[in-house]
Design a protein around this ligand. Structure first.
Ligand code: NAP
Ligand code: MG
Length: 475
């Protein structure tokens, strides 16, 4: 039987208060059963939350860095103590298999919190230029609007650096995955952060999210989600000239250079497939385009099919978040609509490749297409499902050109025997992150996008800087 998490109240001003916006049922996408019921905020609740964040701001901004760091460390301790609970909550509302839920959805956010605290303790809030003292001061109230794909991580990358900087926060989590945000609110309450520094107002993006974006009491919007909604938010926020940080979609390329030997090609393909399929293919950084030398395409196809076949739906491969999202992903699964050269290597519309889908849950078969036209929809649009496209390049320069032939620029990878040459190629990619030869995710490094993948940077020192104003005082 399915335990239903019932949340009675919103978290505003350090108290649990009833919500005026009705209730929302949360579906477990792996079982299609209701796994939670949460209250939604009304516009009036949002006004109350913004007022609470405004009231808490002066005191929190003036709290010494050592005290803010100590409180955030206490919060980190509470989350770590409750790691199993957080992992189980993500597993139930987002569908990730338990191991993925723990490592990707809990351990990574914990590392991000550690890095933010570390950065806070070393941050230069005061510096000097000639006769000026430069003060970096928190912006005020930050409204965080987050997506469903990483229910804890996407919240933590916004909330923790903002709190570290001395800003206060109103969070509107994704309607599909609000349960983890309630666990975070409980952890914040247990860690006894000052009332009002963090407020939780679930509700529809179009209504409650939009109200926050236009709210005169909010100083900055920090949004992660789709590019179309990011664009709408930038326009709406312009009315009050709010600062806007946007983390949007991606169509990231994994580039194998001509000098890669068989072993490196095998490693590149295996890691690219794993990265592309991580979280059911639902990460903004997914390496969804694998670009290989034309002469190696058959090897790449064979290796990708072998690697992809290990992502068994319902075991290693989780479901998509919703029936609606599955329908959206399915529009990419027929290569016939995508140019005559495209070949289905595994999966596709017929789901071939031996992947029997579980009877319940929003699963699709792991899919690999090859010889994909760089200008096709498949190569240009974010799929947000376990769908990899292999593209052939005539040379390393051609590979860079193909990689940069995108409206997006969030992430990327380069593989080459000559490490310096590979790093030089990384510098030519128009993208915010590049991993060379399997370089690991760094929870302290700035994270964000070029082009239509976003504006601003999150995480660590850069995440703190993102919510600071700069003041010059002349003497
Ligand atoms: P979305 O529609 O952009 O939603 C993201 C967040 O924004 C949710 O909290 C949503 O609220 C809210 N929102 C929606 N419309 C809004 C508005 N007009 N004003 C203010 N807030 C608003 O993204 P999605 O529906 O979750 O996913 C759709 C696509 O976005 C995916 O297929 C994928 O391409 C992309 N995506 C990208 C990332 C990323 O990390 N870059 C993450 C997830 C999704 P609701 O609760 O009402 O939805
Ligand atoms: Mg949406």
């Amino acid at each position: 039987m399915n335990d239903i998490q019932r949340e009675p109240a919103l978290y505003i001003g350090g108290r649990w208060v009833p919500g005026g916006g009705g209730v929302l049922e949360v579906e477990n996408p792996a079982t299609e059963e209701v796994t939670g019921v949460v209250p939604q905020a009304s516009a009036v609740d949002v006004d109350t939350a913004v007022a609470a964040a405004q009231a808490a701001f002066p005191g929190w901004a003036a709290t010494p860095v050592v005290e803010r760091a100590a409180l955030l460390r206490r919060l980190r301790g509470v989350i770590a103590e409750r790691a199993d609970l957080f992992a189980d909550t993500v597993h139930r509302e987002q569908g990730s298999p338990p191991r993925v839920a723990r490592m990707l959805h809990v351990d990574t956010p914990l590392a991000v919190i550690d890095a933010a605290i570390h950065a806070l303790e070393r941050f230069a809030f005061r510096s000097e230029i000639g006769n000026s003292v430069i003060l970096r001061q928190p912006v005020g109230v930050v409204a965080a609007i987050t997506p469903w794909n990483l229910p804890l991580h996407q919240v933590v990358v916004k909330v923790i650096p903002a709190l570290a900087a001395g800003a206060t926060v109103v969070l509107k989590p994704a309607g599909l995955t609000p349960l983890t945000a309630f666990e975070l609110a409980r952890a914040i309450d247990a860690a006894e952060l000052p009332a009002g520094v963090f407020n939780l107002v679930p509700g529809s993006g179009r209504v409650i999210g939009d109200h926050l974006v236009r709210h005169p009491g909010v100083d900055q919007i920090s949004f992660t989600g789709s590019t179309p909604v990011g664009r709408q938010i930038a326009v709406a926020a312009a009315e009050t000239l709010k600062r806007v940080t946007l983390e949007l979609g991606g169509k990231s390329a994994s580039v194998v250079l001509h000098d890669a030997d068989d072993a490196l090609l095998a490693k590149a393909v295996k890691i690219t497939v794993g990265n592309c399929y991580l979280n059911g293919g639902q990460t903004c950084t997914a390496l969804s385009r694998l670009i290989v030398p034309a002469a190696r395409i058959e090897d790449a196809e064979r290796l990708a099919a072998e690697a992809a076949a290990k992502y068994v739906p319902g075991a290693r491969l989780g479901p998509l978040i919703s029936a609606e999202q599955r329908k959206e992903v399915e529009t990419f699964l027929d290569p016939a609509t995508d140019g005559p050269s495209t070949r289905t290597i595994l999966g596709g519309a017929a789901g071939v490749g031996g992947s029997r889908l579980p009877e319940r849950g929003h699963y699709i078969a792991p899919t690999v297409f090859s010889r994909v036209d760089p200008d096709s929809r498949l190569a240009q649009e974010e799929v947000f499902g376990p769908v990899l496209s292999i593209l052939a390049a005539e040379s390393d320069d051609d590979a860079v050109k193909i990689a940069n032939n995108s409206a997006y620029g969030l992430s990327g990878a380069v593989w080459g025997i000559d490490q310096d040459a590979a790093v030089a190629v990384a510098a030519r990619l128009q993208t915010g992150q590049v991993d060379v030869n399997g370089g690991a995710f760094n929870p302290a490094a700035p994270f964000g996008g070029y082009k239509q993948s976003g504006i601003g940077r999150e995480i660590g020192e850069y995440g703190i800087a993102d919510v600071l104003e700069v003041k010059s005082v002349q003497r």
